[in-house]
Design a protein around this ligand. Structure first.
Ligand code: NAP
Length: 251
């Protein structure tokens, strides 16, 4: 019985996971660390001790993805990089007092521009990577990359942009030995989705549509990120792997 044995080896690799303090990002950071990587995570708070989870196995940087100066500062603080995971994000709904244009812009900045800007700031480090399968950029996209969700138009546009950007980066950066892919996460139980998990009717409808009839676990997204970053995926670039328990193509 081999189930559960770590099959990825990232000994010596340097990995940056944005939004690594919680949910999918934390699971991804733990999975890379378990596989031997030196992992740096980012979060919005000033230090890792400000979080309830014990984050002491990671290097920590404060980085609000809406602040381009903080993005550049994080890149400048690293002494090399092999894998960049653009994961940080949140959903903001447009409240009655909100300017929908401002909310849309913020969501596109959080989910698309930040990852682009961070990858650009890390480009020379990624180019210098000596990972056997090349360096990797992996973005955490969403089912809203493909499906309309009228409640979060900016979030969807940002997530759709990530999928397209991975294709462009794949063609631009293959010559540098960098692959760029996304994982489109389905409905995963995290802090971000906790309010929906608790909305019985809404949650039941989502699960009825999900072929596997359950919420996904953050680790199930992390495993896909490690696969795409590994030498098992050495000929995969510009691709988006949907990990959703069979939601997208169900009715
Ligand atoms: N959960 C799902 O069903 C699902 C589905 C598809 C895609 N995703 C995507 O997966 C990613 C992670 O989400 P999650 O569900 O794991 O949520 P989560 O548990 O709430 O974690 C979000 C992470 O992003 C950080 N973050 C949020 N807003 C930020 C900002 N403006 N600047 C910098 N960091 C910020 C948070 O930092 P702090 O802890 O400091 O707040 C935290 O580390 C997001 O991009 C989300 O859109 C999630």
């Amino acid at each position: 019985m081999t189930t559960g044995i770590a099959t990825f080896n990232f000994e010596g690799a340097k990995v940056l996971v944005t939004g690594g303090t919680s949910g999918i990002g934390l699971a991804t950071a733990n999975a890379f660390a378990d596989a031997g990587a030196a992992v740096t995570i980012t979060g919005t708070r000033s230090c890792r001790g400000d979080y309830e989870d014990n984050l002491s196995r990671f290097d920590y940087r404060q980085m609000r993805v809406t602040d381009n100066n903080e993005i550049k500062a994080v890149a400048a603080s690293l002494d090399g990089l092999d894998v960049l995971v653009n994961n940080a994000g949140s959903v903001r709904f447009t409240g009655p007092d909100d300017d929908p244009v401002e909310v849309f812009e913020e969501m596109v900045r959080v989910h698309l521009l930040s990852g682009h800007n961070l990858a650009m700031a890390c480009l020379e480090m990624l180019t210098a990577s000596e990972l056997p399968a090349g360096a990797s950029v992996v973005g955490i996209a969403s089912l809203t990359s493909f499906m309309a969700n009228p409640f979060v138009p900016g979030y969807g546009a940002g997530k759709a942009g990530m999928v397209q950007l991975a294709k462009t980066q794949a063609t631009l950066w293959a010559g540098r030995g960098i692959r760029s892919n996304c994982v489109a996460a389905g409905n995963i139980a995290t802090r971000m989705t906790a309010p929906v998990v608790d909305m019985e009717g809404f949650s039941r409808d989502m699960m009825n549509r999900t072929a596997m009839k359950r919420w996904g676990r953050p680790k199930e997204i992390a495993d896909a990120v490690l696969f795409l970053s590994s030498d098992h995926a050495s000929f995969i670039t510009g691709e988006t792997l949907v990990v959703d328990g069979g939601y997208l193509y169900s009715q």
